[in-house]
Design a protein. Structure first.
Length: 408
């Protein structure tokens, strides 16, 4: 895309206030466009003399060699680093090592020095801090402007953000400013070593296929990743890194929103993301009443209750229990899928579990292709037997403990 202002411009200034990005300014009596332009076309519609034109340009072979290093956006939640940041650092380290480049974190906020030092402990080579009073609380406009300026200054090749409320807002806004692409809700990331491109894998067509998306002609390559998909990074004893401060320039920014107040959302009692054992029920459970069997097994195991989208859509259980592409992504130690066929939408949300146990009466169910252990049979026969055996084991364990106490 390209925006041009012809000699017909009379300097009426009608285009200046309508630009939401401050991309137009007056110079020597006529309007000129700067690098903030996103080609939204707002100025074209208000020009009374049709001096502004917006048209597509042919694809250009841009020099991408000046872009390097893998960046992670260091999202803060209530002043603390969001858990997804550590997951992105773990994945970003693999990508950076594959490219033989540095792993960096962009940390925006107010009073973030201690957080920057903490990130170094996790093997980050460079932390770029944007520490400003305007960034004390998240605001799309201030954060987008700061992030964009930082990226334009240092030119990373890859940027990863969490697919959180903030990441899903900041990522697209920033990619639009940079005139590059962004792939949302990725479940897998790899490097094409021949072309040095990021292979971004995500579900498509309602989760019926897994699409691999490549941004070949533009940089940076940007992607959001759902929390709980990637393996969390661990601290390193030999970690060494540097912290580089960056000062944003807000002098040309026109802010249209002001945060008046924020209300903390009341959390659901269901916390699938942190559960080590999850027992999930699907269409095969049959009814809301029969879901009590799933709950009973979960209770015996000390785990959480999950569900497929089919079970939620039928109203058998609330949506905060849903595991999958449109629900929660989980990675417990043990995931037990009861009466779940294994549609791609569901697999995306639980395939990173350490152990997957599938119980299904259909031996051809796709879930068995991903299961560590598979039980073919009627779940109404199998689950009661499991509950009985686990109950006996628990009773036996309790009796042994009591006997030991008496002996002692």
């Amino acid at each position: 895309m390209n925006l041009e202002i012809s000699d017909k411009c009379t300097g009426c200034k009608k285009c200046i206030p309508v630009c939401p990005f401050g991309a137009l300014e007056m110079k020597e009596g006529r309007a000129e466009v700067n690098e903030r332009c996103t080609y939204c076309g707002a100025c074209v519609d208000v020009c009374p003399v049709e001096a502004i034109t917006l048209h597509k340009t042919s694809a250009e072979n841009k020099d991408l060699s000046s872009y390097e290093n893998v960046w992670v956006y260091g999202e803060l939640t209530e002043g603390e680093l969001a858990p997804v940041v550590y997951e992105l650092i773990g994945e970003g380290r693999k990508l950076a090592d594959s490219l033989e480049e540095k792993l960096c974190v962009a940390l925006l906020g107010c009073g973030v020095e201690d957080k920057a030092e903490k990130l170094i402990d996790y093997g980050v080579d460079t932390v770029y801090t944007v520490d400003h009073s305007r960034l004390e609380r998240y605001n799309d406009e201030y954060y987008t402007e700061s992030f964009t300026q930082l990226i334009q200054s240092h030119k990373p090749s890859i940027i990863l953000l969490g697919a959180t409320t903030i990441g899903r807002s900041l990522g697209p806004r920033t990619s639009a400013r940079l005139k590059t692409g962004l792939t949302a809700d990725c479940t897998s990331l790899k490097i094409d070593k021949d072309k040095q491109n990021l292979l971004q894998v995500r579900p498509a067509f309602s989760g019926n296929i897994m699409a691999t998306i490549v941004c070949e002609n533009h940089r940076p390559q940007m992607a959001t990743v759902r929390p709980g998909v990637m393996e969390r990074a661990a601290p390193r004893e030999d970690a060494r890194g540097e912290i580089i401060d960056f000062e944003p320039d807000f002098s040309h920014l026109k802010v249209h929103t002001t945060l008046l107040d924020s209300q903390k959302e009341q959390k659901s009692e269901v916390n699938l993301g942190e559960a080590e054992i999850i027992v999930s029920g699907g269409r095969g459970v049959g009814s809301e009443e029969d879901f009590s069997l799933i709950r009973e097994l979960a209770e015996v195991l000390g785990g959480a209750v999950g569900a497929s989208r089919a079970a939620v859509d039928k109203g058998w259980i609330s949506e905060d229990h849903q595991v999958g592409q449109t629900g929660t992504t989980v990675s417990p130690r043990v995931y037990i899928a009861c009466g779940i066929s294994g549609a791609v939408q569901h697999l995306v949300g639980m395939e990173n579990s350490d152990i997957i146990i599938a119980i299904n009466s259909d031996p051809q169910a796709p879930i068995f292709q991903h299961a560590t252990y598979g039980l073919v049979g009627d779940l109404f026969e199998i689950i009661p037997l499991l509950i009985e055996q686990l109950g006996q084991k628990e009773s036996s364990s309790g009796a042994n403990t009591e006997q030991q106490e008496k002996t002692g």
